[in-house]
Design a protein around this ligand. Structure first.
Ligand code: AVJ
Length: 360
């Protein structure tokens, strides 16, 4: 008989939470010697001094941004999260059976809601639960880890605060027979094709032969459905987009006036990507607005109507992405989708010598 889930507030679970939780703040190897965070804002300087201007999408996710993102996931127009969760609910047990006991490594774990579906499946098969969430937002990482530990009395959490790149370079061996890196939520879509190739090769390098990679991606679909998902009627996506400026203000002592900017998102059908921008409002002014980011010693001018590209969100084709994964040594074992084919979930395995012989 198996008990799938203990109630929150379980006394035993509560008392052992501290023992089962480890939180590590990652620093880059250079930062360790110079005693500085690698997060020095050089990527912000680069983006804001380019034409057209851009910002790295990861600056969305301060604690406030992560909260707003959670709200986006609940929006009626934002089909992504709910579709992916439904797919996972249908295939989690099959995934657990294929991989056997393994450590779950999650990139960009956020609130870990979808992760519960996987944990339940491994738990029901009686497998040990080892979870290694990685996120840049320390607040969300810790609170969701504590919540999970309270709900799963046998769970061990080793949380890493930092960027994916840093975490992938510093993964330590697990006590379990295998590992699975989970990159769900279509975050892969936020990378340019070039960054995507580089990222996938980092995944292959971080894993051993025979280990697993679970990827969730948003698929190509009619423009009106996509544009609605990124221009919701309640303005949550707009607030999420504008929050990146508030985050920069706090982090780098900046003076962006968010009132001067507006949210602008559209689907680029040629590139198959949503492009999200912040546009300086054009309210009859002709003088450039100067923004100062003191900690970066940076002054940037914005012309009326000028834009900052804050995010691309690429929409994939299942055949093309499978070829790309295969080319990187990540062999697709199974692909799941929803009845409307709006979202895709792919389980891949790092090429083993058997799979090299087996492919021709
Ligand atoms: C983080 C990749 C899921 O591209 O859909 C949501 C973030 N941006 N609304 C996406 C996002 C605007 C998002 N993902």
């Amino acid at each position: 008989m198996s008990i799938s889930k203990a109630a929150s507030g379980n006394v035993f679970a509560q008392s052992t939470i501290e023992k089962r939780l480890q939180i590590e703040h990652l620093l880059s190897p250079d930062a360790l010697s110079s005693n500085q965070l690698s997060d020095d804002g050089s990527d912000v300087i680069k983006g804001l001094t380019q034409t057209p201007k851009s910002l790295p999408a990861r600056y969305f996710y301060d604690d406030r941004g992560s909260e707003l993102f959670e709200q986006i996931c609940e929006l009626p127009e934002y089909y992504l999260t709910r579709t992916e969760t439904a797919i996972l609910q249908g295939c989690a047990r099959e995934i657990a059976r294929i991989t056997g006991p393994c450590e779950l490594i999650e990139l960009g774990s956020g609130s870990s809601t979808k992760t519960r579906v996987l944990l339940d499946a491994y738990n029901q098969l009686g497998y040990p639960l080892h979870y290694l969430p990685i996120d840049v937002s320390a607040g969300i990482l810790e609170s969701s880890a504590r919540q999970l530990l309270a709900d799963y009395p046998s769970l061990q959490v080793h949380a890493l605060v930092g960027t994916y790149e840093l975490a992938l370079e510093q993964l330590i061996p697990t006590a379990l027979p295998s590992r699975m890196i989970c990159f769900i939520g279509s975050t892969l879509g936020n990378l340019t094709p070039q960054e995507c190739d580089q990222f996938l090769s980092q995944i292959t390098a971080a894993l051993h032969r025979g280990e697993y990679f679970l990827l969730g991606i948003d698929l190509q679909k009619p423009k009106h459905l996509l544009e609605a998902a990124y221009n919701d009627s309640q303005g949550v996506t707009a607030a999420f987009n504008l929050n990146i400026l508030e985050h920069l203000n706090k982090r780098f002592e900046g003076n962006f006036d968010t009132q001067l900017f507006e949210h602008w998102a559209f689907y680029n059908e040629t590139e198959h990507q949503i492009e999200m921008h912040l546009r300086r409002r054009d309210s009859g002014q002709i003088i450039p607005e100067t923004v100062h980011l003191r900690n970066l010693d940076l002054k940037v001018e914005f012309e009326p109507g000028e834009t900052i590209l804050t995010e691309i969100s690429r929409k994939f084709d299942l055949n093309t992405i499978q070829q790309k994964l295969q080319a990187q040594g990540l062999i697709p074992l199974q692909v799941w989708t929803d009845p409307k084919q709006w979202f895709g979930l792919l389980l891949c395995q790092v090429q083993t010598s058997a799979s090299i012989i087996g492919t021709d």
